[in-house]
Design a protein around this ligand. Structure first.
Ligand code: A3P
Ligand code: MG
Ligand code: MG
Length: 384
């Protein structure tokens, strides 16, 4: 057993550890039936939506993906196999995982300024739970560790979120989740839709919302000493991919948020910005478009945010809800500790118990890969 102390958080303050600019090395798509393809068929372009749109429209016909199955890292590993085959080079990294894993698990620990500290305070008052992370890890010759979320834990937190009581008269969690997908549908152009056609904008309003299709970018990046290969969905392109593969790509992340009416709303929004920022910078998404909606889900206005400016913006507003450098340094230290601690083969588990100020790591299985790796990937690796 080995522990990583979260407190005192102030030791992570100061100028930020180095971040490697994320570079897309491969990609894949899920089509409208959620079938996997090693191509860009589900890549979309951003075209501003019409304001005043009702984000609830079409909720009854929403085609929603059942994501309760455990897909492990399969699609990401398929893409890495293809990359290695095409380039005849073995991809190397310290950590291979979904971007969502990093956005969900590690930020939960590093939402220090408000989450952990505020939660500690809240805990004293209301006994509210601290976030828990529980993930297995495996060691491989080229990749130090593959990280995935503990499936049972994922289902548990999904259920808890779903069962969260809405205030009387407030929209359901399901409807609010639909608003996010509807906003995407209203803001995207696919190859089949022509923005020069008169029916284009109204046409988008009538499209049946379906969250089966995704374009996923696979990037090489790094924080501090840890090199990572991350895969994650990107919502849209601002213009087109650059001809030079070394140039960064003008991705756009689409987000909806409640209109800010008072100080309390502003505070809530600032906290949300931490999640937006982490999610976007990990894949190198430079721009976030926020669609502000009112309580009834009517789209009121759009705001374009530059991802790199978000930490300064939050700092300048003076509420001190979070500190970008502190988050990066925390992650750099945490990942470095992970690198040094995982010294042997097997399945390891990282866990933070409720209310605990330490993250624990221990070996869960002496050997094997705990189903984290696909048969296809193991075969590819053993071949050569
Ligand atoms: P919003 O973020 O606008 O609410 P993403 O923003 O990551 O591209 O995800 C698109 C939408 O999927 C979200 O839009 C939200 O509606 C839904 N979504 C994503 N993660 C979710 C979660 N953990 N719980 C509920 N809905 C989620
Ligand atoms: Mg998305
Ligand atoms: Mg989005």
């Amino acid at each position: 057993m080995n522990n990583f102390a979260i407190l005192p958080v102030r030791r992570f303050a100061g100028s930020s550890a180095a971040i490697r600019r994320p570079k897309e090395v491969a990609y894949f798509s899920y089509d409208d039936n959620h079938q996997f393809h090693l191509d860009e068929r589900s890549m979309c372009y951003y075209y501003p939506p019409k304001l005043g749109a009702d984000l609830s429209k079409g909720f009854d016909t929403f085609q929603q993906l059942d994501d309760t199955a455990d897909d492990h890292l399969d699609s990401l590993l398929k893409t890495i196999i293809d990359l290695e085959r095409r380039t005849s080079t073995k991809c190397t990294a310290d950590i291979v995982t979904w971007r969502g894993m990093m956005t969900k698990a590690i930020p939960k620990q590093l939402q220090l300024e408000f989450d952990i500290m505020a939660d500690f305070m809240a805990w004293r008052r209301t006994a509210c739970k601290l976030p828990k992370v529980d993930l297995p890890i495996i060691k491989d010759a080229n990749f130090l560790s593959f990280i995935e979320e503990n499936h049972e834990h994922r289902l548990e937190s999904k259920k808890a979120q779903h069962n969260q009581p809405s205030r009387p008269g407030a929209p359901s969690q399901d409807l609010m989740a639909y608003w996010g997908y509807k906003f995407e549908t209203l803001s995207l152009i696919t190859d089949q839709w022509d923005p020069t056609s008169r029916e284009f904008i109204e046409g988008r309003e009538d499209v049946v919302v379906n969250n089966y299709a995704q374009y996923c970018s696979v990037v090489k990046t790094g924080i501090g000493k840890a090199k990572m290969v991350l895969g994650g969905e990107v919502d849209a392109l601002w213009d087109s991919k650059p001809d030079n593969k070394d140039d960064s790509i003008n991705w756009v992340e689409l987000k909806t948020s409640a209109e800010i009416e008072n100080d309390k709303d502003m505070l809530k929004f600032e906290r949300k910005l931490l999640k937006f920022w982490i999610q976007s910078f990990l894949l190198g998404v430079p721009k976030i478009i926020v669609g502000f909606r009112n309580k009834n889900g009517i789209l009121q206005r759009l705001e374009e945010l530059e991802t790199k400016n978000i930490p300064t913006m939050v700092k300048k507003q003076g509420r001190g809800t979070w500190d970008g450098n502190l988050c990066i340094n925390f992650t750099a230290s945490f990942l470095d500790w992970l690198k040094q601690t995982i010294t042997g083969e097997g399945v390891w588990r990282i866990r933070r118990r409720e209310r605990s100020p330490v993250i624990e790591i221990f070996k869960n299985e002496e050997s094997g890969h705990g189903d984290i790796l696909s048969r296809e990937f193991i075969q590819w690796r053993t071949q050569g």
